[in-house]
Design a protein. Structure first.
Length: 57
């Protein structure tokens, strides 16, 4: 009997990040820059941009 692979058994969890300055939601964006993919976290309310959501603190 074949079992399910390890990756198919993982659950998907989402987490909402909140900007400490304005209280807006932080979303992740993927931007193509100089032929490379670059991930950026941006607050939707105050338009502040950081490398990752943890850097907003």
């Amino acid at each position: 009997m074949a079992g399910a692979s390890k990756n198919s058994r993982t659950t998907v969890a989402t987490h909402k990040f909140i900007c400490p300055d304005c209280g807006g939601e932080i979303i992740m964006k993927t931007i193509m820059d100089n032929g490379r993919l670059k991930n950026q976290a941006e607050c939707q309310k105050c338009k502040r941009v950081e490398r990752r959501p943890k850097d907003f603190k």
